[in-house]
Design a protein around this ligand. Structure first.
Ligand code: ZN
Length: 138
């Protein structure tokens, strides 16, 4: 706090300055002194609220298997057996979106994407251990 008072040093009289400095140390209301003409409030060097870096997000990457629409001969990452994947069709977001669009255009056509294999995502499973291996979306 003593060091922040630059106005005292600018005072023409060094003796007066020393007196003020003493006053500053002993009396905290130094800025009420009539000899100081600077603005009333002392400057507080407040620390800025922390700009702490956001916590690092741990992203777990699964090695994506390149799977096609048809059953594939691969080595199962789960049971490490040489298998041919079992493909199961599943309604995906795309299926529902197509259905929604068809609903607006032509209501009886809503069921069409649910009947078409090409509108569904194809999930690959291991026939050996039933592990989910990946999906193919066209
Ligand atoms: Zn398996």
């Amino acid at each position: 706090m003593e060091k922040s008072c630059g106005a005292v040093e600018k005072s023409p009289s060094t003796l007066k300055a020393k007196k003020l400095l003493l006053q500053l140390v002993t009396n905290k209301k130094w800025y009420d002194s009539s000899s100081i003409t600077m603005e009333g409030k002392p400057e507080y060097h407040t620390q800025q609220p922390g700009f702490a870096p956001p916590p690092a997000q741990v992203v777990v990457h699964h090695t994506p298997l390149v799977l096609g629409p048809n059953p594939q001969s691969i080595t199962c990452p789960s049971c490490h057996a040489q298998i041919t994947t079992a493909v199961e069709l599943e309604n995906s977001t795309k299926t529902h979106l197509i259905a929604l669009v068809l609903c607006l255009v032509c209501f009886p056509c809503v069921c069409v994407p649910y009947c078409m294999d090409s509108c569904k995502s194809k999930n690959h499973y291991c026939p050996n251990c039933r592990a989910y291996l990946g999906r193919y979306e066209n």
